[in-house]
Design a protein around this ligand. Structure first.
Ligand SMILES: [Zn+2]
Length: 106
């Protein structure tokens, strides 16, 4: 059975509190209209782990993106949401060497 994403951890693994500081601050800014609803922020800028074998040419590869927050009760930082997305990897493929136009057909 394949895992369903996003994987959500809805409470602090240390104390069980369900309130998080960054999520709370973002919701306050959404309420003020300074951030659009649906925007997500984490403790660190999200960095994807791209699961791509560079010896296999591909246009896309799965990426795992973790979102970290801080427990409002005890301050423990933990991942509250892990997403899996398809990411373009074309820019990582080295361009094919091109022949100058005058050599074509020779
Ligand atoms: Zn906690």
């Amino acid at each position: 059975m394949s895992r369903q994403y996003p994987v959500i951890f809805d409470k602090c693994p240390l104390c069980g509190c369900k309130e998080r500081l960054i999520e709370e601050a973002v919701n306050e800014e959404i309420a003020k209209g300074r951030i659009n609803p649906g925007m997500e922020f984490g403790l660190e800028a999200p960095t994807a782990s791209v699961l791509w074998d560079q010896t296999k040419p591909s246009l896309q590869a799965p990426g795992i993106i973790p979102m970290k927050d801080i427990c409002a009760e005890c301050g423990f930082p933990y991942y509250r949401k892990i997403q899996k997305v398809e990411m373009p990897v074309t820019r990582l493929i080295p361009p094919k060497p091109q022949q100058p136009p005058f050599l074509r057909g020779m």
